[in-house]
Design a protein around this ligand. Structure first.
Ligand code: SF4
Length: 103
């Protein structure tokens, strides 16, 4: 189980890094946040077979749930609006971090 989880985490990290290369988004500079989301994505992959967003509800309806496979259909709009996706995993170019924003 531990091996499976570690393998899944590594696969997910690779996919996320690849995505940052072909998109104009970056991973959150705070490694702790990235680690937390990666762990969540790995757990969901093991449980459901897909890397569903760990910050959203899995409904059991495959068509609806497909939209929350990371990177979800919502992240671009969220980053545009908030500077970060709902899970704080991907951030835009001008992201300054929570502390610097005083939150
Ligand atoms: S909110 Fe962020 S972490 Fe969650 S699925 Fe969308 S892009 Fe991935």
């Amino acid at each position: 189980m531990e091996d499976t989880r570690e393998q899944e985490e590594n696969k997910i990290r690779t996919l996320l890094n690849e995505y940052t290369v072909r998109s104009h988004y970056k991973l959150n500079p705070d490694d702790k946040i990235v680690d937390r989301v990666v762990k969540g994505l790995a757990m969901r992959t093991i449980k459901f077979g897909y890397a569903y967003c760990p910050c959203r509800l899995v409904t059991g309806d495959k068509d609806r749930d497909r939209k929350i496979i990371c990177p979800c259909v919502y992240h671009e709009e969220e980053i545009e609006r908030d500077g970060e996706c709902h899970c704080n995993l991907f951030v835009g170019d001008n992201y300054q971090g929570k502390d610097e924003k005083g939150e």
